[in-house]
Design a protein around this ligand. Structure first.
Ligand code: OAD
Length: 236
């Protein structure tokens, strides 16, 4: 069995991480979609960093939920598996997802990288008050995530493309994402050529019309049940 899972913020919602476009998404009256941009960083890097540092803290204090655990279980049972997550948190990893089977297509919130050159560091324990400057070129450091209008990281993109090019998938699950980015819908459709395309989301999305099964439930309820079904019935 060949399986592709695509996740978005909804999968971490039940761990207490606010989604981007949900009602809890606003931070101090700022729209995250406007903060997660190169323009916002250029205008007010301090404000953007405050938001990301708060999110880092919240993620550190959060625990993976049953949806993360179910996806990790599916990964262990499938012959070939790839998780493409838009989430920059580490909850999939902490639930046991192997890095070899996961692509964080929008980056990793715990990476701090230079806004000008390639220098980056993994920061789990930051102490700084002032925004750090690059050790190589002295430019301001920024969070290692993809912002609106920026290109997807090349290596991660290649891993997704390679997986999609190899063979069609028997099961594609898209969970907890508004699927507003064209590439999310595109990858799900390219992976699914005649198999199951399951959407797990309490709300309708642009992908819903293509799904072979719609599960309008929270991910932490729907995914453990779905995965158990697959593992027992299809002998993954
Ligand atoms: P959004 O905040 O846009 O959407 C969250 C989705 O999760 C919505 O479709 C909700 O209906 C759904 N949802 C909410 N609670 C859920 C639950 N308990 N179980 C299942 N689904 C639930 O988040 P994303 O689609 O991940 O990108 O957003 C995509 C990207 O836009 C993010 O990675 C980020 C953002 O701007 C960048 O920063 C580049």
């Amino acid at each position: 069995m060949r399986v592709l899972v695509i996740t978005g913020a909804g999968v971490s919602a039940e761990s207490g991480i606010p989604t981007f476009r949900g009602k809890d998404g606003y931070w101090r009256n700022f729209d995250p979609a406007k903060l997660a941009t190169p323009e916002a960083f250029a205008r007010d890097p301090q404000l953007v960093w405050e938001w990301y540092r708060e999110r880092r803290q919240r993620i550190c204090n959060a625990q993976p939920n049953a949806a993360h655990a179910a996806i990790a279980k599916l990964a262990q049972h499938a012959n070939e598996f790839l998780l493409v997550t838009q989430n920059v948190d580490d909850l999939h990893a902490r639930a046991g997802m192997s890095p070899t089977k996961m692509v964080q297509i929008h980056g990793n919130i715990f990476v701090t990288r230079c806004s000008r050159c390639d220098f980056s560091v993994l920061e789990l324990d930051e102490e700084w008050q002032e925004i750090p400057r690059c050790a190589n070129c002295d430019a301001l450091m920024r969070p290692g995530v993809v912002w609106f209008g920026e290109q997807l990281p090349w290596n991660e993109l290649q891993r997704v493309e390679n997986f999609l090019d190899r063979r069609a998938c028997d099961i594609v699950i898209v969970a907890g994402t508004t699927a507003l980015f064209g590439y999310i819908v595109d990858w799900a459709l390219r992976a699914n050529r005649g198999g199951e395309l399951i959407e797990v989301n309490p709300e309708e999305t642009p992908l819903s019309q293509f799904a072979t099964r719609l599960v309008r439930e929270p991910a932490a309820i729907a995914l453990p049940r779905l995965v158990d079904q697959f593992v027992s019935q299809t002998k993954l």
